[in-house]
Structures are given as structure tokens and as C-alpha cells.
Design a protein around this ligand. Sequence first.
Ligand SMILES: Cc1cc2nc3c(=O)[nH]c(=O)nc-3n(C[C@H](O)[C@H](O)[C@H](O)COP(=O)(O)OP(=O)(O)OC[C@H]3O[C@@H](n4cnc5c(N)ncnc54)[C@H](O)[C@@H]3O)c2cc1C
Length: 422
Amino acid sequence: MAAPQLNCDVLVIGGGAAGIAAAVAAGRTGAKTILLERYGFLGGLATTAQVGTICGLYLRDTAGAEATPVSGGFAQEFASRLQQVGGTKPLCVDRGLWVLPYSPPDFARVADAVVGETKNVQLVLHATVAETRAENSKIISVRALAWNEPVEIFPQAIVDSTGEATAAALAGANSENGATDQAPALVFVLENIDPGLAQRGLLEVRRELRRAVESGTLPAVCERLALVPGTGTNGRLALKLSLLPANPDCALWQQVTNWERESRALLAPLHRFLVENVAAFRNARLDSIAPQLGVRSGRRILGRARLADEAVLKVQKFPQGIARGCWPMERWGNSPRPEMNYFAERDFYDIPLDCLRPVELKNVFVAGRCLSAETGAMTSARVIGTALATGWAAGTAAAFQAAGKSSDEAVTTIREHLSGQT
Ligand SMILES: Cc1cc2nc3c(=O)[nH]c(=O)nc-3n(C[C@H](O)[C@H](O)[C@H](O)COP(=O)(O)OP(=O)(O)OC[C@H]3O[C@@H](n4cnc5c(N)ncnc54)[C@H](O)[C@@H]3O)c2cc1C
């Protein structure tokens, strides 16, 4: 089948939080931009896995009565749009941690609006990239199937925001597999729940689940149930069931298939158990299941710089810093609850631009959860607020490169944007 050929300045691959920000950033500089997304809607894990809260927008603050933004810029603009559309507001969940709860359809709607309003951005949905061609350390063309028709794109610069560093890896960039670092989770919604449960938390539920696991009524993984903050007050409670991190001996595509099937198979017995044993769930009905399992970490590049765990914990700043991380390290490993590792309150760390740049490729920037980071650092930098920020930076840097401008100029512009000057 002959493939239509498209040219652009910046090609953004993947329309999750990072890709949305990257496409808008590139488009606003005047770059001719194409955004490819393999599903029929934008948002990535924020909408497909329905994670339900945006972390990484506000500084941790155990004393403050209000949320303080970690920076200015696009992440806050996107958050404000979500607040207008959904009437949501920042919520303090634990130990001074502020999040913005959102409904996944609102997230997709705001993403559609923001991308649609941006001049110079062509969005192609149902477009999956499967092939790249590289010459002289540059990706010169990318092939995708768009609604099952081949398309070939010739970009000047690329943002890989696939969450799996797919384009960079296809073009030969070195990467590492983060799927063994963290557990995935399936989000589902139960309705007709006692609205008081959200306030009380899952303590009573966990006690019953422990008994069920100890008696062999439910598999051990059911103890890993957590609630999505900000849900439940209207009787609709979103819950996430975490599985176990990937088995390193299993191919990731096979592992993900197994996870998807295993987690969905657990929902019926778990739901039945809750209805029969926990008063708050007596009338609970299964309302919906997220369209995709939430894979917390996957493939990421080994970049020109690597965000170190220590840099996060010591809230290091860098002259090349292009995004600010403020969420603690939150690792969902083998234990039922996440391991949290906090750094100084009311402070943030910088992510240098070189963490977004593969060593081997000159015209590729990555963003979101495929940036170059040590394991602990990634458990912080992957959150949606930070993904929006690294996406913005990658889109700006790619557009500047396509226009023949230096990366130093890009860094200056991005830093002004973060400090609210543009
Ligand atoms: C269970 C779970 C709970 C979480 N909870 C929270 C939370 O409460 N708050 C928070 O802030 N963060 C949370 N996170 C983390 C956060 O959701 C993600 O790290 C973040 O959304 C990643 O954004 P991204 O844009 O980097 O990647 P993704 O959201 O993964 O987006 C990648 C996009 O690329 C597309 N894509 C992939 N491959 C291709 C291809 N070959 N061609 C075209 N398109 C492609 C995908 O369809 C997707 O839309 C959670 C994650 C999980 C899994």
C-alpha cells in the first residue's frame, strides 16, 4: 500500500500529558507540528488508565492552607482549564501533598480543546508508530499506521512522548526497562457506595481483605487495593488494584497481556466479596473499568544526563533545568502500600534538558515517563504535572532546533516560561 508522505518541523509521538504539552509548545512557537496518538482520544494514562489525580503541580507543604504551584507555565494553564471545566480544586491528601482530582472525560475534553486551539498543530488519532529511519544520528522519517493506513512523516525534529521511548528505541537509542521497578494497577469504579467511606478511608476494608487473603478466599494481590483520592463522596468510588512488578524473564508485551487479563479476572470475586462482607459496599455495582491497565514505568532512555535519585532527594537545581519536580519518590513495589521517600518541603528539584536527549540521536527529545532517570527519581518525575512540564520543554526544544536555534536559547525560553515570564 503506498503511504502518503507528510512533512513537518516537529513530530510529537504519543498524546499523553507529555505529548499534549509538547505539541502545544511546538505549535505556539510557530513550528508546523504533527501529533500522533494511537488511541482515539488524548490523555495517555491520565485517560486510558484513569489515574484520577494530577500530582506534581504543587509544592509539598504541611503548614500551608492552600496549594502553592511549583512553577508557572503550561502545566498550571492546563490545570486551570480542568478546574473550570470540572469544578475541581486542589486537595491535600497526606503529609502536605496536594493533588488536583479530575474526571478522565474532562481531561480528554480539555486536551482536545487546548490542542485544537493551537495553530500549526495537526492531530492524527488512531495512529501508531512502528518504524523509524535514521541517518547520520538523526531520525529522518517515521512510519505509522493511521486508522490502519500507512503514513510516512518527514520531520525536522521529534518528541518521543510514547511513555515507552518507542521511537528512540526503534532508532537505536539505548534504553532501560523500568517495568520491573514498579507494579501496574487497574482502576475501576464502583457505584452505590456509602459516601462516608471516602472520608473514613479503606481501613475497615483492608481489615476484611486481610482476613479473606489469610483464609484463602481471595488471592494475596487483593490486599493491594487503594482508593483514588477525591472520589466517593457522591457514591461513585474509584479504586485501584495494584498487581506485582514485571517478571524480568517475561517479554513485556506478554507480561502486559497477562496483567490485563489477570487483573480483570480478579474484579468479579473482589466485588462479590466486598458486597457480602463490607457494609459500605452492600449495594455496590461495578460501573466501569479503565480501558487500559496502568503501567507505572516502562522503557526509558539512557540519556545524555540521568536524573539521579540523590539530585531529587537533595532538591538540586541545574542551570539547564527545564522542568521542576515536586512530588516525592513514590514506589509501588512488592508491598501492598507504596514506599514514600520525601524531600524538603516547599522546594523542588530541576530536571536538566539533557535528561530528555538520547545520546545517539541529535534531533530527538523525549518527555514524560520515558526521560532518563534512575529508578527512584523516575518514581517522582513520572507524575502528570511533571510530565506536562517535561513535555512543554521537549516541544519547545524540538521547535527551536527545527528553526535552527541553539539549545541554550531553548533553555532560556523554557526557564522564563516556568517562572511565569512568558
Ligand atoms: C496506576 C497508576 C496510577 C497513577 N497515579 C497517578 C496520580 O494519581 N497522579 C499522577 O500525577 N500520576 C499518576 N500516575 C503516573 C502518570 O499517570 C503517568 O506517569 C503519566 O500520565 C505519564 O504521562 P506520559 O505522557 O509520559 O505517558 P503516557 O500517559 O503513557 O502517554 C503516552 C501516549 O503515547 C501513546 N503511544 C504509545 N505508543 C505509541 C505509538 N507507538 N504510536 C503512537 N502513540 C503511542 C499512548 O497511547 C499514550 O497516549 C499513575 C500511573 C499509574 C499507572
